[in-house]
Design a protein around this ligand. Structure first.
Ligand code: NAD
Length: 476
């Protein structure tokens, strides 16, 4: 894989000026892909200054010119699928299906956001004051600070960067320190597509070293953060301290409810994907499956058989569905939470094992909500099956978490399944499907500790723009 060891600021590749050297490692082989010096505070100053200057020129262009530039970016991205694919394999340990999803959806996102420059609409309102007319103009925020996680690194950077830029803003992007190369590739694609210098700046470094300074930086007009609830709370309070708007897309603990008339074969097939896609490192992934006395044993039998058939190992192998966790610290955290769940009395339906950073899938039963596997976000290949006594208890269990991101309800009576879904405190629910789903034009977002605000489509357009009221009175 090509080495990415420079920061991308003002359209120029240059060595970071931070204190620490960081390593980008292949999570499967352990190989060091590149060493880079973290961005420092002086780099942040330069990145925000470059973004401010670029934004003014970018927004001064006619919408048609901005659409042309975004179209070039779309074509460039499309032409570089192989580069992205390789990076997601080596840097993030993504399997073949995960890479196919992430690369394909990235191209879709680029195509979808091309239309945004024409969507900045306004409003005219009557006035009670004689001779006055009220005009409401929609306009970009200015400079958007984007902070992205490592689990779906390209899409989760892109789904903020693209609408921000397409709505007339410039961006300073900080990727997770485990996955800097995906963000640098985005910088490279901006350059290849001849986007204006400074429109996207990429500053990589440890969140602990530059994160606070990035959020506090007066050069940023709003912060778009995707990551854990713990870090999201800190970012929200730092941004609140300087009265800066934020979008927070945070963690999840998502359930699948199997109603009395659920198709168990189909549910089991979907649950395998929902629980183990990208080795369980997906915010919308399934943490818990809520059965009933009448379907518990049958579901466990079908599900366990399917899970045992999953191949875990080298993500380069097309037959592998479960690849490595992102780093060894995550493996240790996962194992500690699993051990305390087993000590607390959970039973093993499918027993996994660990080889390097690869954890083979685990399925647990006899789990209650006090156990870590049920109440926390494990972010690894484990799913817990909880038996409820009736549908009311299924709903109560699904809601008995601090999170409220996504969920799933299986039932042949779709109207009844919808009625159950409407009672879940969850921003998103999938009927007769698993809980992972994201479409560029469809609303996305969580309740409770899973986030603040809504994303995608018109929701993100509104989030990344602001409005100005001009009260115009005739001079006569
Ligand atoms: P994380 O919160 O540890 O890190 C996310 C980003 O924040 C990284 O770039 C990190 O360097 C940065 N960061 C860390 N400390 C910071 C600070 N003090 N100030 C500013 N930035 C800081 O999350 P992660 O481990 O990279 O990703 C996994 C988490 O993300 C999971 O909780 C998952 O559920 C969540 N997630 C949510 C969504 C969603 O759309 N709701 C999508 C994907 C992932």
């Amino acid at each position: 894989m090509k080495t990415y060891d420079k920061q991308f600021i003002g359209g120029v590749w240059r060595e970071g000026r931070g204190e620490h050297m960081l390593e980008d490692r292949d999570p499967y082989t352990g190989e060091v892909l590149c060493r880079y010096r973290s961005a420092g505070l002086a780099d942040l100053d330069d990145a925000f200054a470059a973004a401010r200057a670029a934004q003014k020129e970018w927004y001064a262009l006619a919408p048609a010119r901005r659409v042309e530039a975004l179209e070039r970016l779309w074509h460039t991205l499309d032409a570089n699928r192989a580069l992205l694919d390789e990076c997601l394999l080596r840097e993030a340990g993504c399997t073949v299906p995960k890479r196919a999803y992430e690369v394909g959806e990235s191209v879709n996102l680029a195509r979808y956001y091309m239309s945004f420059p024409y969507l900045l609409d306004g409003k005219i309102q009557e006035s009670d004051n004689p001779g006055q007319m009220n005009y409401i103009f929609r306009q970009p925020r200015g400079v958007v600070t984007v902070i992205a996680p490592w689990n779906v690194p390209f899409i989760l950077a892109l789904r903020s960067v693209l609408p921000a830029v397409a709505a007339g803003n410039a961006v300073v992007l900080k990727p997770a320190s485990d996955t800097p190369a995906t963000a640098f590739i985005l910088g490279e694609l901006f350059q290849e597509a001849e986007m204006p210098a400074g429109l996207l700046n990429v500053v990589a470094g440890a969140g602990a070293e530059i994160g606070d300074a990035l959020v506090r930086h007066p050069g940023g007009d709003m912060v778009s953060f995707t990551g854990s609830t713990e870090v999201g709370k800190r970012i929200g309070s730092l941004a609140g301290g300087r009265v800066c708007d934020v979008s927070l897309e945070l963690g999840g603990n998502n359930s699948m409810l199997l109603l009395p008339d659920a198709d168990l074969e189909k549910a089991a097939e979907k649950a395998v994907f929902g629980a183990f896609f990208h080795q369980g490192q997906i915010c919308m992934g399934l943490n818990r499956i809520l059965t009933l006395p009448e379907n518990h044993d049958e579901f466990c039998r079908i599900f366990a058989e399917k899970v045992r058939a999953l191949k875990a190992g080298n993500p380069a192998d097309p037959e592998v569905f479960v690849g490595p966790l992102i780093n060894h610290a995550q493996v240790e955290r996962f194992e500690a939470l699993l051990a305390s769940t087993l000590e607390a009395g959970a039973r093993t339906l499918v027993e996994g094992r660990t080889e390097g950073n690869v954890v083979h899938p685990w399925v647990l039963t006899e789990v209650d909500m006090s156990m870590p596997a049920a109440c926390s976000e494990m972010f690894g290949p484990v799913v817990s099956i909880l038996r409820a006594k009736d549908v009311e208890e299924q709903i109560a269990l699904a809601n008995a978490t601090e999170y409220g991101l996504s969920g799933s309800v299986f039932g042949r009576d779709v109207y009844r399944a919808m009625q159950v879904a409407r009672r879940l405190q969850s921003g998103m629910v999938h009927i007769n499907d698993q809980s992972i789903g994201d479409e560029a034009h469809v609303m996305f977002g969580g309740e409770k500790q899973s986030g603040v605000g809504r994303f995608n489509g018109d929701w993100v357009l509104r989030k990344f723009t602001t409005e100005q009221w001009l009260a115009v009175t005739s001079s006569e």
